[in-house]
Write a protein that binds this ligand. Structure first.
Ligand code: SF4
Length: 124
């Protein structure tokens, strides 16, 4: 049975509305994209929707109580809450360098890491 999904491309401020037709898991056609990034976006949203995630974690013996962190690559959309919960359980000890890997193989995905977004020195 032919079905249609609708998305809004988030790759640029144009925010093009996209339509994708499919039969089951099989993509038939994508409409209304203005460039290839929109085409790729619609296919990704249909087959493996992912989201970026930035948050903070607790850090001790540092100037601030929270350290900003991000996940190095988009993670599956349906695992974002699980990912945030897992990150929030981290307890980081200063010092930390910007770009330092705090967790690797995050969510069991090779090459996905949780990294520090800023350096924090140790204070006594
Ligand atoms: S399809 Fe292209 S022009 Fe339209 S929002 Fe996406 S990136 Fe921008």
């Amino acid at each position: 049975m032919l079905e249609m999904e609708q998305y809004t491309c988030t790759n640029c401020p144009m925010g093009c509305p996209l339509q994708l037709t499919h039969e089951g898991e099989n993509i038939l056609e994508v409409f209304d994209y203005q460039c290839n990034r929109g085409l790729k976006y619609a296919k990704q949203e249909f087959s493996d929707p992912r989201r970026s995630l930035s948050t903070t974690v607790a850090i001790s013996h540092a100037r601030w109580a929270r350290l900003p962190v991000k996940v190095s690559a988009p993670i599956p959309k349906d695992r974002v809450i699980e990912a945030a919960r897992e990150i929030h359980q981290l307890q980081i000890e200063s010092p930390v360098k910007r770009g330092q890997v705090l967790m690797s193989n995050f969510l069991g995905e090779k090459d996905i890491e949780v990294v520090a977004l800023r350096s924090m020195e140790r204070i006594s």
